[in-house]
Design a protein around this ligand. Structure first.
Ligand SMILES: [Zn+2]
Ligand SMILES: [Zn+2]
Length: 217
């Protein structure tokens, strides 16, 4: 099994047991890449899935390789209704509760969602100051600012930031802005290669290079 162990500070280890990237545009050797995103939060008891990637076959392949037992997934949050985030829904165990944007009623301890309706329904998930995002269609800076105003400075933002068509100077100012709202950043999916490179420059050692197969502790 290929695992990338990224070292974070003791406080983050305390709150974030493990975050496994199950589906992403890029993959570590031995994992399958595909356009889409899915990540699994693994606190002490049971796991929480965020998005399901673009298809069940690759999601299943990567999840097995990371030792994921899908019957332990108590809930799945779908960031928004785009096929690169809902494509693996059929993979889920029947018992897993699924929450589309606007449906969550704070029924799980310490899991919060931020709900946006523009340009269409999308939600971000927050677990103990770790924020997961799907495509960030409402705008990553806007989402992060709302999170910051509600929860204070975040420990980590992970997911798609939809910057693949954005000019470099804009991405740079977005990255600078995001530094105020989060300590660490793991841009994935539709952030794009150029975006990831710029985030790496701006965040330095607080940048996490995450792709399918990555396990963040
Ligand atoms: Zn997407
Ligand atoms: Zn999308």
């Amino acid at each position: 099994m290929v695992e990338v162990h990224l070292t974070v500070d003791a406080e983050t280890i305390d709150v974030l047991m493990k975050l496994k990237i199950l589906y992403d545009n890029e993959a570590l050797p031995g994992f399958k890449a595909g356009w889409g995103f899915s990540a699994l939060l693994c606190p002490n008891d049971g796991a929480i899935l965020f998005d399901t990637g673009g298809d069940a076959v690759r999601l299943d392949f990567n999840a097995r390789k990371l030792g994921v037992n899908k019957s332990k997934i108590k809930a799945c949050f779908i960031s928004h209704r785009h096929a690169d985030h809902t494509g693996g829904l059929e993979w889920l165990d029947d018992k897993t509760e699924v929450f589309f944007p606007g449906e969550y009623n704070q029924s799980f301890d310490e899991i919060e969602t931020l709900y946006f309706t523009e340009p269409f329904e999308e939600q971000a998930l927050i677990y103990k100051k770790i924020m997961l995002i799907g495509c960030s269609h409402p705008g990553i800076v806007r989402i992060a600012r709302v999170a910051f105003e509600r929860f204070g400075k975040l420990k980590l933002i992970a997911g798609g930031m939809h910057l693949f068509g954005t000019p470099e100077y804009r991405i740079e100012s977005i990255a600078m802005e995001l530094r105020k709202f989060t300590d660490k950043i793991a841009p994935c999916h539709c952030t794009g290669e150029k975006g990831k490179r710029i985030f790496q420059n701006v965040f330095g050692s607080r940048f996490i290079d995450a792709k399918a197969g990555t396990v963040i502790f």
